[in-house]
Design a protein around this ligand. Structure first.
Ligand SMILES: CC(C)(COP(=O)([O-])OP(=O)([O-])OC[C@H]1O[C@@H](n2cnc3c(N)ncnc32)[C@H](O)[C@@H]1OP(=O)([O-])[O-])[C@@H](O)C(=O)NCCC(=O)NCCSC(=O)C[C@@](C)(O)CC(=O)[O-]
Length: 301
């Protein structure tokens, strides 16, 4: 399949990237980061989660973040919602027009991450999606552990396809496929996409790859060859998953953009402004950026 002419970059740094930080990051800092990412041209910026503050304390300030963002036309600011309690909190917070429900292709990961089985999670998500759609919101679906699980190892592509299909049937407009621990390699990534694309149109699939084993860019290119044209990434390579020990951040947004720019693939994102956003949050966190491109350009903290 020819490579896509344009790719939509979905920025997950303010949520996936920061959810694992041990020390609190002030809502004002998160909101400034979101605004800088929007100024760089990103049109989808995950901005928080309505999950239990006991499970993920770092996301407790999501209502304050949403209130502090300077909203730009054409930009969506999705938040993660695991259940009806989270949905109610999102409704109360105001300013939400897109949520993401998040399931897994691994039973063990589902239990560790959201304290229920895969089937139970899908049963919880259905009324959440129904009510969100009734609110006029868009719903995105995640499947974690699509190329391996920290507890179970190999995951069958057929299981990924089954969960993805159920999320689509629930009304998710897009299914983001998470290599949560970053163990995937390109040929496996392609095989997984081929399996999922049999039941979900490839235009509705997104790649959400962590870079723990340094495979993320290769995997992204491999799935683009299969028609995937939506890529999740995290500015400065922030992140990790609290329920996937050892997982490093998502692939760095700057590195994805550098690759796409170099291939003449349109994204609408400005690399200098993106590097500036990464430098800002790296400075706030007091550590060097995780983006190789930002380091090469001298944009590190
Ligand atoms: C899902 C639950 C809540 C189940 O947790 P639970 O303990 O089974 O929930 P529960 O319904 O039994 O309630 C227990 C307590 O939590 C409260 N509670 C219940 N729901 C909520 C809520 N929505 N917001 C706030 N509070 C909530 C509830 O009110 C109660 O409070 P208490 O009576 O003890 O004071 C919990 O397991 C949880 O919050 N997990 C967090 C999962 C998470 O955020 N993980 C990281 C995101 S996923 C990810 O990063 C992967 C992804 C998406 O990026 C893709 C990839 O890379 O693979």
């Amino acid at each position: 399949m020819p490579l896509p002419k344009s790719v939509k970059m979905v920025e997950v740094g303010p949520r996936d990237g920061l959810q694992n930080e041990p020390t609190p990051v002030a809502p004002a800092v998160k909101a400034r980061l979101v605004d800088m990412l929007a100024e760089a041209g990103l049109t989808a910026i995950e901005s928080g989660s309505f999950v239990s503050p006991k499970w993920v304390p770092q996301m407790a300030g999501t209502p304050e973040v949403l209130a502090a963002i300077t909203r730009r036309p054409g930009v969506s600011y999705p938040v993660l919602v695991p259940n009806l309690k989270g949905l109610e909190a999102a409704e109360q917070a105001g300013g939400v027009d897109e949520i993401a429900v998040f399931g897994a292709a691994s039973e063990s990961f589902s239990q560790k991450n959201i304290n229920c089985s895969i089937d139970e999670s899908l049963a919880r998500f259905a009324p959440v999606a129904e009510r969100a759609l009734a609110n006029g919101w868009r719903v995105r679906g995640y499947v974690s552990c699509v190329l391996g699980c920290p507890y179970e190892g190999e995951i069958a592509p057929a299981k990924v396809a089954e969960v993805a299909q159920k999320l689509l049937a629930m009304g998710c407009y897009e299914i983001s496929l998470g290599d949560t621990v970053g163990t995937g390699t390109p040929v496996k990534a392609q095989a997984m996409i081929e399996a999922v694309a049999q039941v979900v149109p490839v235009e509705k699939l997104a790649a959400h790859f962590h870079d723990t084993y340094g495979q993320a860019l290769a995997n992204i290119l491999a799935v683009m060859e299969k028609g995937v044209a939506v890529v999740d990434s995290s500015v400065a390579g922030l992140g990790g998953c609290p329920y996937a020990k050892g997982a490093s951040g998502n692939v760095a947004s700057e590195d994805v953009l550098y690759m796409l720019d170099g291939m003449g693939i349109e994204t609408g994102v400005d690399i200098d402004r993106l590097i500036a956003a990464g430098a800002y949050i790296s400075g706030e966190l007091g550590r060097p950026t995780g983006s190789k491109v930002a380091r090469a350009r001298g944009g590190c903290a």
